[in-house]
Ligand binder design. Sequence first.
Ligand code: CP
Length: 325
Amino acid sequence: MTAPANLEMQRPSPRAMDWRGRDVVSIRDFERKDIDAFLELAERFVPAATGQKHNTSLEGRILATLFYEPSTRTRLSFEAAMQRLGGGVIGFSDPSVTSNKKGETLADTVRIVDKLSDVIVLRHPKEGSARLAAEYAEHPVVNAGDGAGEHPTQTLLDLFTIQHEFRKIDGHTILLLGDLKFGRTVHSLVTALAHYSVKMILVSPPNLQLPEEVLHECRDRGATVEVTGDLEAALAQADVLYVTRIQQERFADPEEYRKVAGTYRITNALLKKGKRNLIVMHPLPRVDEIHPEVDASPHARYFQQAANGLPVRMAILASMLGGKA
Ligand code: CP
């Protein structure tokens, strides 16, 4: 996670990034200048994220993590981010041991937790849940995934990873592969990429294509988006291959899932058809869509991508709560 020396030298003087008191519910709430400022701020948190620098700028502040759906990376990286900034953490990762089990509504839970904390990070199976929580909370709310809706902080770390790799996001071709219908990370990512001069290529099973409204929104904003079934031709053009898991938990009919499970599998043989400096990203968790042999290849970036969640989420918490890099 240490910045390459030449990137350090090119880094512009820090822009003010103040998101104090604001929610992070949708990537649509971010203009390009906001995204760029977050990426720049996240870069400045790398030394504290890796333990090379001590930072207690959020001492005495409390983060609440309310996770109604499973998570490894998002919850733990938010909790680690808060602790690396000297703050405390409360929350749950299993709603069945909370008063949700007794029928308490999300709105009531948020009203109470809001009185106990300074910021709420929420993951919930229902689209729109983070927006609802933000209406009931006086403190800022972060959407850590709302059903098949959005996952905006994942997008910030995805963009951080691309920028770290190529020095810039503009000018690159991003191939998005897999479950583009239910994959909330993709919905947020393509919406954000529409701010940049990139080409997006979408490859998915026919019944798991990007929702029409998301595709139209990107194209209406002038983004170049190609939809194709020819994975190998798309791979030959790509600088970034962004793979996603088929989201089994979003299928109402298990038979429909079985029909598409295992449709794509990234292997070293397939990657030979791509560019030499192609990078493979994945929000994780993966199931079988990337063969483990790829982990040791020079293309794999998904573990570094996950690690980048820490400085990015430190930047998010700090900018919301007045912390310093
Ligand atoms: N990428 C992501 O959201 O991972 P988790 O589900 O483990 O949080």
